[in-house]
Design a binder for this molecule. Structure first.
Ligand code: 3H9
Length: 701
């Protein structure tokens, strides 16, 4: 059956792309469009053509799967559609609803005219997949919308809503009523006019000030660090200005092909599909629907609790925020109000929206007020005894079927659930990342007894909060923090052997991490680890390898950025880490303490010793079933720990290096260093021996 329908509405031929779910340009779609255009031009009673999408949108672009698959031989492509439109003596009108993205917008721009419904969006999001548009988008969009608007859309990947697209000249008409009816009327009218009809390629580009390109390069410097695609987008638009149309298209194609074949694009495409896969939980079918959450409760109005309450309010869910004392409650509400006011001041929130969000948060000092909440998240002190006490109180006040979640970063949520056995099916973990109202990652901790419905509901609530919820099993530190112990641990161990903190942090920053590990530890606060080591040592901090320098720093009251001294020194009002000779001396003391000698480190060793433990521990987590798939682990690291998206996450990146190479090094470091995080994971070993990647593993599950 054809993926493109053909129907006549009076004098207008309507071609309907029907390739669910999003009308991507899979094999068969270009063929169907080309055949439709040829047929319409051959039929005497047709004077115009409308191209429209069935279902939820126009066309979502190329079928992304085919960037890693061979396109069938002889099958029509984008270029054939575009050539067919441009050669068509009868005008072609794109009728856009939902979305016209990537190759979808490029197809629309190759039509003679475009009409759109007010709710639709148009965009060139290819940069998010690691390449520039490749079907003439970088040449036609600047001609229709002007260089500045086009450059901004193509480099940012952000779509424009219909009214803005009309204002920019990307579309010819906004249709308020029925799209098909409006488009057919528009096309019929154009069909009566003499040709040739307008073509974007014939529009002359005007650009008075070429500095826009360098200004854009400067503008994206920080965000696009390490990436090629955003700069490739700028080059393509520059080509539109500098070259005749056909040469510009050829230049775009050349750049596009290089980018598609890059590791960067492979990584970004991996992330695209990873995000969609993360919503699926094996064994839980579509018949398990999320429950309705009409009211929520949050316990604890500190930084975390306040941020979580904001998430509910932002999602339109009324939330009761409970604190023990009025003073703490007032302080917490004050912080929430200031957070909203800051967003408002930046122009990212209206006063009305802020007022509505604030009105959804009801502060109280009475736990009884949680009695009507459908979900309650506790964000109290991270100590098992405290958590259990809180859950016992919740057991007394919460509705019988309320979902009760613990916002914990390490604790055993099964133990918490077992402490109120009557409700074990309703208890799970929600590990938000700080600041909770900003960070996208949410680890949803699946307890042994939680019901499928409650798990699915918690995932849905995370999505409603515009988070990226990832299912994790119950293990110490879940996915993210468990792996982090190897990463931080190895960085702390290397400084005892002579690697300088700034060297380690620079190598990791240049790899693409948002910050190096020692700078992150300073940001998070060294006292957190110190307090854990003191707990473990019965009051005296334990001092295994990697703890010496940190223990001494904490004894000196150097807790990191908050005391302006930690592994680095921070000047008043500055976050720039400045190396400190006092810390260098501590690393020498550590070497003496452990009987080591300082030596020179090279960048490669630093990189391997920081990243390979992440991969090795990640493989264990996967092997034990505490992560559903390797790609979930990648998303955790990208969205919660500053791992560069364009590297695809640690597990994907391991495949780029080669699992065999990683495994051999893990074995070698285990042999020389011996720490637990180097103990080779059986899964890593197996995949390395079979010549596979973690993506292969995911596919086989
Ligand atoms: C391009 O066009 C290159 C050209 O410049 C040049 C070529 C020469 N292909 O996101 P959802 C799947 S590059 C294949 O959950 P929503 C998706 O995996 C492309 N599959 O829906 C999922 O599958 P599953 C430029 C695709 O309603 C299902 O559809 N275009 C594609 O939340 C539903 O997706 C883009 O980058 C695709 N293009 O959002 C647009 N798109 O159910 C990419 C989606 O098995 N797409 N799928 O998990 C989107 O941004 C969103 O999907 C969209 C709908 C906004 C359209």
């Amino acid at each position: 059956m054809s993926m493109v329908g053909y129907e006549k509405h009076g004098s207008v031929a309507v071609l309907t792309v029907d390739n669910p779910p999003v009308n991507a340009m899979s094999p068969g779609v270009p063929k169907g469009i080309c055949e439709g255009v040829a047929r319409a031009n051959a039929e005497d009673d047709v004077n115009a053509i409308v191209l429209i999408g069935a279902g939820r949108g126009f066309i979502a672009g190329a079928d992304i799967r085919y960037f890693s698959l061979p396109w069938p031989d002889g099958e029509e492509k984008f270029a054939d559609i575009i050539a067919a439109f441009e050669a068509s003596p009868k005008p072609v009108v794109a009728a856009i609803h939902g979305h016209a993205l990537g190759g979808g917008l490029e197809t629309a721009m190759a039509c003679h005219y475009r009409v759109i419904v007010p709710s639709a969006r148009v965009g060139q999001p290819e940069v998010n997949l690691g390449f520039p548009p490749g079907a003439g988008g970088t040449q036609r969009l600047p001609r229709l919308a002007g260089v500045k608007v086009a450059l901004d859309m193509i480099v940012s990947g952000r779509p424009l809503k219909a009214p803005k697209a009309a204002e920019a000249g990307i579309v010819d008409k906004v249709i308020e009523g029925d799209l098909l009816e409006g488009a057919v009327a528009f096309a019929a009218e154009k069909g009566t006019q003499d040709g040739p009809h307008q073509r974007a390629r014939d529009i002359e580009i005007k650009l008075e000030d070429r500095s826009v390109f360098d200004a854009m390069r400067e503008n994206i410097k920080r965000k696009a660090r390490g990436m090629r695609a955003p700069y490739a987008c700028i080059e393509c638009v520059e080509a539109a200005v500098d070259l005749p149309f056909d040469e510009g298209v050829a230049r775009e194609r050349e750049i596009f092909e290089v980018c598609v074949a890059s590791d960067e694009s492979r990584a970004m495409r991996h992330v695209f599909f990873a995000e969609r896969a993360a919503r699926k939980i094996p064994g839980i079918g579509k018949d398990v629907k999320p429950r309705t959450i009409a009211k929520a409760g949050v316990l604890g109005a500190g930084t975390m609790g306040g941020g979580i309450a904001m998430n509910f309010a932002n999602a339109g869910i009324p939330v009761t925020l409970v604190e023990q004392s009025q003073e703490n409650l007032d302080r917490g509400m004050g912080v929430i109000e200031r957070n909203y006011a800051n967003t408002l001041a930046k122009g990212r929130l209206s006063q009305d929206a802020m007022d509505a969000c604030m009105a959804r948060i009801t502060p109280t000092v009475s736990m009884e007020d949680l009695g009507d909440a459908d979900i309650i998240i506790e964000a109290v002190f991270e100590l098992m005894a405290v958590k259990k006490e809180v859950f016992a109180k919740l057991d007394a006040v919460a509705k019988p079927d309320a979902i009760l979640t613990s916002n914990t970063s390490y604790l055993d949520v099964n133990e918490i659930a077992d402490s109120i056995p009557g409700r074990a099916g309703n208890v799970l973990g929600t590990h938000f990342f700080s600041p909770a109202n900003v960070m996208r990652l949410l680890e949803v901790v699946r307890t042994d007894n939680v019901s499928d419905e409650n798990l699915v509901t918690t995932m849905a609530i995370g999505q409603a909060m515009r988070k990226l919820p990832i299912v994790t099993g119950v293990c110490h530190g879940f996915i993210g923090n468990r792996m982090l112990e190897g990463y931080f641990g190895e960085a702390s161990i290397m400084i005892e052997e002579g690697a300088r903190p700034l060297h380690i942090d620079t190598v990791m920053y240049e790899y693409g991490m948002a910050m190096g590990p020692l700078a992150v530890m300073d940001l998070a606060g060294l006292d957190i680890g110190w307090s854990k080591r003191k707990d473990a040592g019965g009051g005296v901090a334990t001092e295994g390898r990697g703890a010496f320098v940190s223990n001494r720093l904490c004894e000196m009251g150097r807790f990191g950025q908050k005391t302006r001294r930690g592994f680095y020194v921070y000047e008043e009002g500055s976050r720039r880490p400045v190396p400190d000779p006092e810390v260098d001396q501590l690393t020498l003391d550590a070497a003496a303490h452990y009987g080591l000698e300082h030596r020179e480190f090279n960048d490669q060793e630093i990189l391997e010793r920081c990243l390979y433990p992440l991969i090795n521990i990640g493989a264990d987590i996967l092997h034990e079933g505490h992560a559903l798939r390797a790609s979930d682990i990648d998303l955790v690291y990208i969205n919660g720990y500053g791992f560069p998206t364009w590297r695809g996450g640690p597990m994907h990146w391991a495949g780029t290096v080669g699992l065999n190479a990683v495994y051999e090094k893990v074995c070698a470091y285990h042999e020389t260093l011996g720490f637990d995080h180097w103990k080779p994971s059986p899964l890593l070993k197996k995949l390395a021996e079979e010549g596979k990647t973690f993506e292969d593993y995911d596919k086989e599950q």
